[in-house]
Design a protein around this ligand. Structure first.
Ligand code: NAP
Length: 335
C-alpha cells in the first residue's frame, strides 16, 4: 500500500501538533502534500513547528466549551493531544477522556467530509503484560495508573462514535526519537556512564521509533481501512531494559556501570518530587503514578494484528532507531 497517495491534496488536522509525536506527524503530512491544520494551546511551545506552513488554531481541550475551527474542511483528523503528566486523576481525565466527547461530538455534527480519524491512545490503556506473554487486542484492559485509566476512557469514547465516524485507535508503547524528552533522560544518564536498574533485572518493554509510528498512523488512516478498531503498533520486538541501555552505551562509545536502585527507594523520591510540585504549577518530574509504571515487570504488546491489517513493516529496528535518535541529540547539543 502506498501510504501517502491518499494524503496528497487532502486537508488534515493534528491536535497536539507542537508535541513530540504531533510535530513529526505534521512534518510527514506536509511532505505528503497535505494542507495541515494544527491545534495548539496559547501557551504551547512552537519550536518544532514550521508555523509558516501550518494553519494554527489555539484551543485548550481542558476548557469544557472549546470549539474546533476548521472541521467542515477536513479529510483527516489525528488526535495526538494528550496529557502524559498531571497533578491529579481529574487532570488526566479532563484532557485524555472528557475532551474526546466534545471533540467527536463536533466531528459528528460538522465533519461531513472526514474520511478517517486516528485516535492516539497508549499501551498504558491496556496495562502491563505478564512476563513472557505479550498483551494483544483481545487482552482485557486493566490500566494501573491514572494516565492509563484516562487513556482507556478516551479510547472508549472514541469507539462509541465509530458507528458514525471512521475512528481507528492506535496504542503505541514507549515512543522514542528526536525531540523526545523522557527517554532522553535515560540516554543522558548512560552518556554519564550510568545504566539505571530499578528493582530486579530483566524488565521488558515494547518500543517504537517515532518515524515508524507516524508511518503507521498514515497507513491506518487509509479510507479503505476504516473499521472502528484498536491496534497495538510496536517495532515488532520485545526488549530488555539492560539490552537497550547496552545498545545506547555502544552507540555512544561509553563504558557503563549499572546503578542498582531498590524499588523501595522510589517512594521517598516520589514523595519528595510531589511535595516540590505543590509549590509549582507544573506536575512532579517523578511521582507515585510513574513509580507504578516502573515497578511492572513487562510492558510488551503484540503488533501482529496491525501488521497484518495494514501490511505494515517497521523500518527502524532498535540499533537504527537509537543511532538516529542519539545522532540528533548530539547535533542539537542535548548530549
Ligand atoms: N511519547 C510516548 O512514548 C507515547 C506513548 C504512547 C502514547 N502516547 C500518546 O501520544 C500522544 C502524544 O504524546 P507526545 O509524546 O507527543 O506528548 P507531548 O510531546 O507532551 O505532546 C502532547 C501534546 O498535547 C497537547 N496538549 C496537552 N494538553 C492539552 C490541552 N489541554 N489542550 C490542547 N492541547 C493539549 C500538548 O500541548 P502543549 O505543548 O501546550 O502542552 C502537546 O502538543 C498523547 O496522547 C500520548 O498519550 C505517547
Amino acid at each position: 500500500m502506498n501510504a501517502s497517495s491518499h494524503l496528497k491534496g487532502a486537508t488534515a488536522l493534528v491536535t497536539g501538533a507542537n508535541g513530540f509525536i504531533g510535530s513529526h506527524l505534521v512534518d510527514q503530512l506536509l511532505a505528503s502534500g497535505c494542507t495541515v491544520h494544527g491545534l495548539v494551546r496559547e501557551s504551547s511551545d512552537l519550536k518544532w513547528l514550521d508555523a509558516s506552513r501550518v494553519h494554527l488554531h489555539r484551543v485548550d481541550l481542558a476548557r469544557p466549551d472549546f470549539v474546533i475551527p476548521p472541521l467542515e474542511e477536513l479529510d483527516y483528523i489525528f488526535h495526538c493531544a494528550g496529557l502524559t503528566k498531571a497533578k491529579s486523576r481529574s487532570g488526566y481525565f479532563q484532557v485524555n477522556a472528557t475532551a474526546c466527547s466534545n471533540l467527536y461530538e463536533q466531528c459528528q455534527k460538522r465533519g461531513g467530509r472526514i474520511k478517517s480519524i486516528i485516535h492516539l491512545s497508549s499501551l498504558a490503556a491496556t496495562g502491563p503484560s505478564p512476563q513472557g506473554n505479550l498483551v494483544d487486542e483481545t487482552t482485557p484492559c486493566k490500566p494501573v495508573t491514572f494516565y492509563g485509566q484516562s487513556k482507556l476512557a478516551g479510547e472508549e469514547i472514541a469507539l462509541q462514535y465509530s458507528g458514525s465516524l471512521p475512528v481507528t485507535v492506535i496504542r503505541p508503547p514507549v515512543v522514542y526519537g528526536p525531540r523526545e524528552e523522557n527517554f532522553f533522560t535515560f540516554i543522558k544518564l548512560i552518556q554519564k556512564g550510568w545504566g539505571l536498574q530499578i528493582g530486579r533485572a530483566g524488565k521488558e518493554l515494547s518500543l517504537i521509533y517515532v518515524a515508524d509510528l507516524v508511518q503507521a498512523m498514515l497507513q491506518a488512516c487509509h479510507p479503505s481501512k476504516q473499521e472502528g478498531r484498536s491496534y497495538f503498533v510496536t517495532d515488532g520486538h520485545v526488549h530488555a531494559w539492560e539490552q537497550v541501555a547496552k545498545e545506547c552505551a555502544r552507540i555512544m562509545n561509553v563504558r557503563m556501570k549499572i546503578l542498582k536502585v531498590p524499588e523501595g527507594m522510589l517512594i521517598p523520591v516520589a514523595l519528595f518530587f510531589e511535595v516540590l510540585a505543590c509549590f509549582s504549577s507544573k506536575p512532579a518530574l517523578f511521582d507515585r503514578q510513574r513509580m507504578i509504571d516502573i515497578r511492572q515487570s513487562s510492558w510488551s504488546a503484540s503488533p501482529a494484528k496491525f501488521f497484518k491489517a495494514f501490511d505494515f513493516e517497521p523500518q527502524y529496528e532498535l540499533n537504527r532507531g537509537l543511532t538516529e535518535t542519539i545522532n540528533w541529540y548530539q547535533q542539537e547539543k542535548w548530549l
